[in-house]
Write a protein that binds this ligand. Sequence first.
Ligand SMILES: [Zn+2]
Length: 175
Amino acid sequence: MGKGISSITQSKKSSVNKQNLVVLDGLPDLDEFMFAPSRNQLRQVADFLIDLQQCQCFYCGKSLKSSKYAVDHFIPWSLYPADTGHNFVMADENCNSQKSNYLASQQFLHQWQERNHLHDQSIIREISQLGFLTDLQRSHRVADWAYKQAIENEYLVWLGGKEKKILSHPISAIF
Ligand SMILES: [Zn+2]
């Protein structure tokens, strides 16, 4: 294995996204976790997260009772196609579709990191038993990598609602 997040896999598989995967030391091969979760698994993840988030959308805080909702990948699947437990958040239909394949703003990043630290143990307990890799450090290192990519490449990040902006230098020292 390479040296942490600086190593990039050169996957033999054809997916373009996989070429950007982060290789992290001492952790299981990502391929093991690249299965499409069943509806049942996702429903159980949803049940847990709805409870954890007190039935509110992770992003806008609106009640999930009155709208459709989805399990959202905080770090978009298109950037990092693996289901890791801490990466899941519940979002209402609007936020989920507006966020789409974008990274969320730094404010949301901080909120997500805080959530993961606060609820690390219950996320590990509940989501790992559903068959997902749950490792907070790994998830946060993937996030660090993704946001560095975003800064370097001036990606648009999603601010909520219909708002997006380019994430560029200078940026507060979040890493
Ligand atoms: Zn929302």
